[in-house]
Design a protein around this ligand. Sequence first.
Ligand code: DX5
Ligand code: ZN
Length: 246
Amino acid sequence: SPPAIIAPSILSADFAALGKACSDTIEQGASWLHIDIMDGHFVPNMTFGAPVVTKIRPHVKRPSSAHGTGTFDCHMMIAEPKKWVKDFQKAGCDLYCFHYEAAISSTAAETPADHSESKTSPKDMIRYVHEQSMLAGIAIKPDTPVDVLWDILDNQTQEEVPDMVLVMTVHPGFGGQKFMASELPKVAALRQRYPTLNIEVDGGLSEATIDQAADAGANVIVAGSAVFGAKDPADVIAKLRDAVEK
Ligand code: DX5
Ligand code: ZN
């Protein structure tokens, strides 16, 4: 399977010293930064938007290749994912991961000022993100069956195929929730069908839950409270990585 990628979620970092928190976590061995964007509509919580991403970008060296160290993995928990693609590209996002559930229920507006009425689709979204020179990820919530992804992943049109699938292992909205092992069969089904796909898990990952997730086939590991709440974050990052690589 693809390489182990450890992506600390800065949702649990000190927001008053975010630039340093970001550069520190990369120095401590993180591969990517997982950046949680919440709009108070798609999820019952709010974080921040593109201006904050712009401000933290200079604190972390741009990745030298696709999926490389320093990748900004933006997890878009927002109701209108198409609207913010260009803003996040300009802000320094490398991987734009939108929610399947938002894509199928939102309109195709490309900018905040564009009130276009047509519906968008996951395939359109992936193509559009690729056109803006970012990697594209697609996320599913616990209530969404994995089967909705087969058609998207089996598509022969390369520009419409996602670079990563995110299987949520908590209901999105908050850090520090309990890991839902009930979601791991989705990861296993994805890994069985797609041996080289980047499969990300997010929510409740720690030294206590990593083995189950790694055994199911996840290779991109998000951890917020487990990393930023640790006395020795470098040690936690190393242990998560070892568990995926073993
Ligand atoms: C939850 C977010 C997660 C969150 C994970 O909606 O998507 O990225 O930060 O936090 P932990 O690792 O503490 O569960
Ligand atoms: Zn997340």
